[in-house]
Design a protein around this ligand. Structure first.
Ligand SMILES: C[S@@+](CC[C@H](N)C(=O)[O-])C[C@H]1O[C@@H](n2cnc3c(N)ncnc32)[C@H](O)[C@@H]1O
Length: 379
């Protein structure tokens, strides 16, 4: 555990350092309050100094927005290919997050934020960090993320295919784009007497396992590598009355055994994840996709079928080609026995100011139905 020490009004203070995305503790820290301007704050942040905010809570949020706006004025150079533009955009977002992540607040024991006009953050922080026992420094953007996630957890996200809400948690991929869930809700289930058995690999909130359970799958085993996702999925399935039919395991991809249906919605973009949440968005070298396809045949029953849910955004960003995807399917000894597609309906797909608009507006999500290629017996 790292700690940070600083001098304030002539007294030495020490606090625990906490960063969800593994940012190192600040080497230099300055205490600031309402008087600091956005330009002065940005100069200090750029010089590597972290700013411990002691002023008004709402002024801190305004400072964050003002500094963020200054950082957003930088545009990548003209004439980049879409894949280079995407990388430049990701790098820029990472640098922005690093700089803004140097604006810090102190959580006092009991997860109290001792700032003027501060909201009660205790429940949200307990959920994300566990029971706080000592003063802890966190970045203000991280704290705002924790508060936002708590709100989503409380309210839930409506899932039309279930006619109910799914409650995501901090660092767990949220099914806020429901179009891919609809694909799973309408694909024909393998016909098996007594109901199909199913696996849901990378279950996140458990949403797809819940859809399969509601559609009559006899037994579903859902896995995820992220322990928070495992807890979150268990809670959602319990709430939906499906806990007796769906088991959730912390596991790397496949559980032991075989199933009549294996569903996988891997992260859609090749790239290195930088946090637990990004485990749901970026798949380094398409490793999860490759492993799912390669290992699928040995986890299917004789009549079994795999469902791969994948957006083609990576193709429009020139990060992975369609030929590469089809090649992976073929190399795994699989064939496509059906597919169903839907255009992206989320607001960013229609936002012409978005740097990646050209790619996003063409995005289509597909459910690929896969089966091992029928083996011909030599006579
Ligand atoms: C795109 S999200 C999909 C979540 C959920 N199935 C849904 O459709 O909303 C991918 C999920 O895969 C999980 N994941 C990533 N690598 C994994 C692995 N090797 N084994 C199991 N789960 C993994 C992530 O934690 C994340 O929850």
């Amino acid at each position: 555990m790292s700690t940070v020490t600083w001098i304030e009004h002539g007294t030495e203070h020490t606090a625990r350092w906490r960063s969800e995305n593994g940012a190192p503790p600040p080497a230099r820290l300055e205490v600031v309050a309402d008087e600091i301007t956005a330009n002065a704050a940005l100069r200090r942040l750029r010089s590597g100094t972290a700013l411990l905010w002691r002023g008004d809570y709402h002024n801190a949020r305004q400072l964050l927005t003002a500094v963020g706006r200054r950082l957003d004025q930088r545009r990548p150079p003209e004439g980049l290919r879409i894949a280079e533009l995407f990388r430049a955009h990701r790098d820029q977002r990472a640098q922005r997050a690093e700089l803004l992540g140097r604006i810090l607040v102190l959580l006092e024991p009991g997860a109290r934020l001792g700032l003027r006009r501060a909201p009660d953050v205790a429940a949200a922080c307990r959920e994300a960090y566990g029971e706080p026992t000592e003063p802890t420094l966190v970045s203000l953007p991280e704290l705002l993320g924790v508060l936002g996630a708590w709100q989503w957890q409380q309210q839930g996200v409506p899932v039309p295919a279930l006619g109910e809400r799914i409650h995501p948690r901090h660092s767990v991929f949220s099914p806020s784009r429901s179009e891919y869930v609809d694909l799973v809700a309408r694909a024909p289930l393998p016909a098996v007497d007594g109901g199909a058995s199913a696996f849901d690999l990378g279950t996140g909130t458990g949403v797809l396992a819940a859809v399969l359970g509601r559609r009559g799958a006899a037994r579903v085993v859902a896995t995820d590598l992220n322990p928070r996702a495992v807890d979150c999925a268990r809670e959602n399935l319990q709430r939906l009355g499906l806990a007796d039919r769906v088991e959730v395991l912390e596991a790397d991809l496949f559980p032991p055994g075989r199933a009549d249906l294996v569903v996988c919605n891997p992260p859609w973009l090749p790239g290195e994840p930088t946090s637990a949440l990004e485990l749901g968005i970026y798949d380094e070298g398409s490793a999860m996709l490759r492993r799912f396809l390669k290992e699928l045949p040995e986890h299917l029953t004789e009549q079994g079928e795999g469902w791969l849910i994948l957006s083609d955004l990576a193709e429009h960003l020139e990060l992975r080609s369609r030929a590469e995807l089809l090649g992976l399917i073929e190399q795994a000894g699989l064939e496509v026995v059906g597919s169903d597609s839907t255009p992206a309906r989320h607001s960013r797909a229609a936002d012409a100011r978005d740097l990646l608009h050209a790619a996003r507006r063409q995005e289509v999500t597909t459910l690929w139905r896969l089966r091992p290629v029928a083996r011909t017996t030599a006579v």
